[in-house]
Design a protein around this ligand. Structure first.
Ligand SMILES: [Zn+2]
Ligand SMILES: [Zn+2]
Length: 475
């Protein structure tokens, strides 16, 4: 007998939009049957999805948990942990999160994954994976040599920073020579290299100039974290990747110039992938001027209306591949503690509403087909981070991860509706869709707004990048 059958939904599969019943056993999709044709197979639990949109559980490939916030370093305040973030995620229909395992000098590379993995193990409602990160100017040769073994163990992505972000926070930039060395290792081992692309020289000079002119209020953020910096750093790292023959993933693309650099690279068939954040595709630098405008901020920065519009255009055109949140979940008092370009806390709450906002902006406001909505909320992240087709697809053999979304709504979002923080940068936003039921590996986690899962049962996922994704712009 089946464990679960989801009947009568409008289901987005890799083949298109279909009216199929989804049969699940042992956490896996074992069959897709035309709805309404013959008697459905017997199942321990039947969910009637009539009138609901059924999509692969969302994948957010960029969230931070338990990070000490640079602006609150002295007090040691951290953003929320996997328990809180994953609870918000499953309420919103996201079933996989990817966080960061920071390597520390003196330890072996596998130890950083083990340390971060312990924070997630037994604490997460979603499945999860970890990007290895190097927040050091130099990566020792012996650590570079450990890259193949951790990739073989299933950790298929790494991240580096090209800037220290602000003059005041702990250093995190890796020198380009060492990024080159790491890229050679990741490419050879078959892993993805994720990059925070900003030109450190430009950013740090801009800070000096702005401080001299006493222009340090948050609305000056785009002057410090500007489009030129994004363009220069993207061009530099793309050139490096072309030289090495490495696939790269550019996180939080914020400017039209950054998109153009990605478009050019993909035009040469280079495997370069770009990520948008929902608020970069909705808000602009004008929103920094609102009361508590810092709640809309994530590094690099919000830009102009033209940049914002370019984000959606690029998702439609397929130049950019994923919609991630760069989630740094805190309550409002922590998020608003820094009120200048020197101490503003980056990242914010947003994991929970990502799917609803994406549906509203992409499908309803811009008429994108449903399969494209699935691409950038789930399938592409799975492909780029080596989780496909276990994740990111409603197909026979894939993990039974679904979001059942009610559409045609006018849901005015308030923080009180949500589970991730006491504020939301999406307060008052009218969403046209809302997640109603979430399934992870065949288990119903959320139903009618309530958490059904007795305990967090998320698992660490093994990443394995396909040669297609590693060798050309495959999605
Ligand atoms: Zn970043
Ligand atoms: Zn981030």
């Amino acid at each position: 007998m089946l464990d679960l059958i989801v009947r009568n939904g409008t289901v987005v599969t890799p083949a298109g939009v279909e009216h199929v019943d989804i049969a699940v056993a042992d956490g896996i999709i074992v069959g897709l049957f035309q709805s309404g044709h013959g008697e459905p197979p017997e199942a321990a639990r039947t969910v009637d999805a009539a009138g609901l949109l059924v999509v692969p559980g969302g994948i957010d490939p960029h969230v931070h948990t338990n990070s000490v916030l640079p602006t609150a370093a002295e007090s040691g305040i951290k953003c929320f942990g996997p328990d809180r973030v994953s609870e918000g995620a499953v309420h919103g229909g996201t079933t996989t999160l990817i966080d960061f395992a920071h390597w520390k000098p003196g330890e072996e590379l596998w130890q950083s994954f083990e340390r971060k993995g312990k924070e997630w193990s037994g604490s997460s409602y979603t499945d999860y994976a970890l990007h290895g990160t190097f927040a050091q100017p130099e990566i020792p040769f012996e650590v570079l040599d450990q890259v193949p073994e951790v990739v073989a163990a299933g950790h298929g992505s790494f991240k580096v920073w090209m800037t220290n972000t602000t003059p005041t926070r702990p250093k995190q930039k890796t020198d380009v020579g060492h990024i080159w060395a790491l890229m050679e290792k990741t490419a050879e081992a078959g892993a993805m290299l994720c990059v925070h692309g900003e030109d450190d020289d430009i950013v740090m000079y801009a800070y000096k100039r702005l401080q001299r002119e006493q222009k340090t209020a948050v609305p000056y953020m785009p002057d410090a974290h500007n489009a030129l910096s994004e363009q220069l750093s993207f061009q530099r790292v793309i050139t490096l990747a072309r030289h090495v023959g490495a696939p790269i993933y550019l996180m939080h693309v914020s400017a039209a110039e950054g998109i153009e650099a990605i478009r050019e690279a993909r035009g040469r068939e280079q495997p370069v992938y770009g990520e948008v954040l929902p608020h970069y595709a909705y808000y602009t630098a004008e929103d920094y001027k609102r009361e508590n405008g810092v709640i809309y901020h994530t590094y690099p920065s919000l830009k102009s209306a033209a940049d914002r519009d370019a984000m959606w255009h690029s998702l439609v055109a397929g130049t950019l591949s994923t919609l991630a949140t760069d989630g740094v979940c805190t309550d409002l008092d922590v998020k608003t503690r820094g009120q200048t370009i020197l101490d503003a806390t980056g990242g914010h709450a947003g994991v929970e509403v990502r799917m609803a906002v994406a549906y509203t902006e992409a499908v309803v406001r811009r008429g994108l087909p449903l399969n494209r909505f699935v691409d950038f909320t789930s399938a592409n992240a799975a492909k780029i981070m080596g989780l496909y087709p276990h994740k990111g697809a409603i197909a026979v053999g894939s993990d039974a991860d679904f979001a059942l979304m009610e559409t045609g709504l006018e849901w005015k979002i308030t923080a009180a509706d949500l589970h991730e923080a006491d504020y939301t940068p999406w307060d008052g936003y009218e969403a046209a869709a809302r997640n109603r039921l979430t399934v992870l590996r065949g288990q119903i986690l959320v139903e009618n707004g309530a958490l059904r899962s007795p305990s967090p049962g998320g698992r660490l996922l093994k990443q394995s990048l396909s040669s297609d994704v590693a060798s050309r712009p495959a999605c």
